[in-house]
Design a binder for this molecule. Sequence first.
Ligand code: NAD
Length: 341
Amino acid sequence: MSNIEIAVAKGDGIGPEIMDAVLGIFKAAKVPLAYHTIEMGKAFYDKGFSTGMSPEAKETVERLGILFKGPMETPKGKGVKSINVTARKVWSTYANRRHFRTLQGVDTIYSKAGIPIDLTIVRENIEDTYGGIEHMLTNDVALCRRFITRTGSLQVCRFAFEMARREGFKKVACGHKANIMKLTDGLFLECFYEVAKDYPEIQAYDVIVDDLCMKLTTRPNEFQVVVLPNLQGDIVSDLCAGLVGGLGFAPSANIGDNISIFEAVHGTAPDIAGKNIANPTSLLLSGVMMLRHLGLYSYAETISNALFYTLEQGEHTGDFGDKLIPSSSTSEFAEIIIGNL
Ligand code: NAD
């Protein structure tokens, strides 16, 4: 089997440390991938590339169709766009899929109470308020524009239902605020039910987003798949990361028709960058999602089993959330996973 070529951007802050750890695990598992490291991130923004990537980097991603990336720092200053948000928009990765599940060895109030969590959030990824179209109406009044389109809503809802059908989920919920934002969220909700008609075997229902947050924290095991507009999906997915132990344990895939981006959900963690203590789990799980996306199922299983076994054995890096006491550095943690492959 010849190696599948993918683009890799190590990112900023803790990005290179966690990416090296993950690629080391992939190498030990003999994953048949060939990596093209591209010029993308804050350093390239500083060199004058306004999108945070060189033209060669853009061409490589567009040729290969898959980008595996570490977190990237958002340049500071008014009017400056996030490199991550720009990449999602430039390549129309319209669906952001995040999987949250109970991991043995990662204690949370739910795991201690015997409440298993296994839910997927599908967030619309390129519309809503993320255009950053804001202006001051007067010195004291700021206005932000919100775009929700029929095309964008239909395609992300269809992605959620297709995923549910393919992977055997029985129900899909739509989170929204259509009771207040009747036109924008109303359109999203209308599209959700329009798409749902094509999937009669799947229960489709909707929950107002504030009620959804309450239900997710009290009965998270009642949900399987939830699809939401961009901003609400962003907030709800971090809430769900908290349910399973923090941002370090949640993988993320940005899926488009031609290009998909796989990345950790957390940021560059500047406070711990360069110390070899960051948790590579989120990036590793995102890498596992990428392997499944590429059809490399057996490698995905081998690596995720080794990771889960490692966590079950009580091994972990210094982490956030419930502030575990560090037992392994990033590179040591990766070596233990390699030993468990
Ligand atoms: P952050 O996620 O980088 O950090 C929040 C807290 O979590 C910090 O205390 C950090 O030390 C900790 N943390 C994050 N990842 C960790 C890991 N793997 N292991 C252990 N601890 C970890 O959020 P922030 O500080 O708000 O953002 C920093 C930068 O990252 C900003 O420039 C932001 O724009 C960017 N960012 C990028 C992405 C992305 O690339 N997709 C996502 C979010 C934030």
